[in-house]
Design a protein around this ligand. Structure first.
Ligand code: TYD
Ligand code: MG
Length: 499
């Protein structure tokens, strides 16, 4: 509604509105200066000591923006709007056309393979294995179609040596693989030169390692700054959309996010994958946090080994491999990583506090969940923890965020405090409430089926308040209303553990 009650037609002549519109018709200056927050990417016309978006101090850096040439602007328009709107039914392109990958886990996280013309960002801490993983993908795809791997971080010789290592004979009798004909490598950081290489080689897949080393010389900021990273990514997206080439960008995440990280790129790309894991552990999780072509929060599990990243097709088994059966302080939780249930071992240890306040040390679980669980254990169940340090560890370097793991965390702690093992063939699923009650969690059937598949005989779960479908076969389900009751079911008694 236009203020003053004017009808819609009249507002067209409104002098305020016309002057407003003409604002947008101001001719673009040749180049201008802007200030970009290096923490969050906020752009401002003036310098500000404190970024209004993320609140960090002195993070604004002056950058000169070159006005795009007329030809480039035309090209961009041609890309976006070709010939005006088209009928949905007449738009070509088979939605299911994907480049197949020999790495099933990677393909699954992408939603079933590489989509031509898509742009995918793979983020992760330095040294976690991004280059290794993408070189493996490149090696495998290059057996079918040309692949260009551009590195701004390593020489082509280094990459070749890594490739040879990845293709090496595994010693299990399988012949070592040959080097694919159609994998092209180049060390380059100038985006314009990269685009020339792409035009010459015409790959199906382009890997850019990393987006932080790629730069456009005409932008007068240094490589790795927010505007360089964002502009490079935007141009690579144009390349992907106009040519149908699939583009993989590698982006480093730094702890403080000080260098322009994958965060500022998330809205530019189609898919964002994060490679996570503990650097001191061999397991790596590839997690999709955004995907225009598939489900998000899908997770693939890999193990970094001698010959690069190996798929772990049965991760639960791997995470439980080193478990000591019948040792106090160990419990099995079933958590969901995306749509996939994962069995993990949660370890607890209590030990008398030497001096001062008792400590609560979580590794792999949220500190607040740990504090809640210990408080409920001491107040509602009667496990004395007031003079005990409590340590909790999730085996395998996994980070478990879900409240569904509460029960296993509680059982691991109680088991250590009472020196009574948790039954070896039992999994524990459930959220712990403040009154000591056990609360239902989602996707129970999937969790129970995975536990049954791995040979677990019993599951202790929250009591169902609504009648649902029957529990899955193959596992005996014990329902508990409270944490106290659940622990009675799960922990071996004194006589039993002596057997
Ligand atoms: P890299 O892929 O270079 O990490 P990013 O690109 O994410 O920085 O991986 C580096 C680490 O991986 C390095 O510590 C060595 C290790 N690695 C293996 O353990 N096995 C292998 O086969 C390869 C190639 C690397
Ligand atoms: Mg790397």
């Amino acid at each position: 509604m236009v203020p003053g009650g004017a009808k819609r037609g009249e507002s067209l002549g409104d002098p305020h509105l016309t002057s407003h519109f003409s604002l947008y018709n101001i001719p673009m200056p040749k180049s201008r200066t802007q200030y970009v927050c290096q923490q969050c990417g906020r752009i401002s016309a003036q310098y500000m000591g404190r970024c209004p978006q993320c609140g960090s101090w002195n993070s604004m850096v002056e950058e000169v923006v070159a006005a795009p040439s007329a030809a480039k602007r035309g090209a961009a328009r041609g890309l976006a709007g070709q010939a005006g709107p088209q009928r949905l039914s007449e738009i070509g392109g088979d939605a299911d056309e994907r480049l197949p990958l020999s790495m099933g886990e990677f393909a699954r996280v992408l939603g079933g393979g590489v989509v031509p013309g898509s742009i995918v960002l793979i983020g992760g801490d330095p040294g976690i294995g991004k280059s290794t993983l993408l070189l493996q993908v490149a090696l495998s795809l290059a057996r079918q179609s040309p692949v260009l791997y551009v590195s701004g971080e390593e020489s082509t010789r280094q990459i070749k040596m890594r490739a040879l290592r990845l293709l090496r004979d595994s010693g299990d009798g399988m012949a070592s693989q040959t080097i694919p004909e159609d994998l092209f490598l180049v060390t380059e950081t100038n985006l314009e030169t990269i685009l020339e290489h792409v035009a010459q080689i015409q790959p199906r897949l382009l890997v850019v390692d990393s987006i932080q080393t790629t730069s456009i010389p005409e932008l007068e900021s240094s490589a790795g700054s927010v505007s360089q990273v964002r502009e490079s990514a935007a141009r690579l997206r144009e390349l992907a959309k106009s040519s149908g080439i699939a583009v993989f960008l590698i982006g480093h995440v730094t702890k403080e996010g000080a260098i322009a990280g994958p965060r500022v790129l998330e809205h530019i790309v189609d898919t964002v994958l994060y490679l996570e894991g503990d650097r001191f552990q061999s397991y790596r999780l590839l997690r999709s946090v955004k995907n225009r072509f598939g489900a998000t929060s899908e997770v693939g599990v890999f193990e970094m080994g001698e010959r690069g990243m190996a798929e772990v097709s049965n991760p639960s088994e791997a995470f439980l491999a080193e478990r000591m059966v019948n040792a106090p302080g160990s419990a099995i939780a079933v958590t969901m990583e995306g749509t996939r249930p994962l069995l993990v071992e949660v370890q607890g240890l209590t030990s008398p506090t030497a001096f001062g306040n008792p400590r609560r040390t979580p590794n792999g679980v949220d500190i607040n969940r740990l504090l809640l669980v210990t408080a409920v254990l001491s107040r509602r169940v009667g496990v004395r923890l007031g003079d005990q340090d409590v340590f909790v560890n999730v085996v395998g370097g996994l980070q478990v965020e879900e409240p569904a793991a509460d029960l296993a965390v509680a059982a691991a702690i109680a088991s250590s405090a009472r020196n009574a093992p948790v039954r070896a063939d039992t999994v524990l699923i459930g959220e712990v409430g403040l009154s000591g009650e056990l609360r239902m969690v989602g996707q129970m059937p999937a969790r129970l089926r995975e536990a049954a598949n791995l040979g677990f005989k019993t599951a202790v779960v929250p009591k169902r308040m609504r009648r649902g479908e029957a529990w899955p076969d193959g596992i005996q389900v014990q329902e508990a209303r409270s944490l106290r009751q659940a622990l009675e079911m799960a922990l071996l008694g004194k006589e039993e553990s002596r057997e």
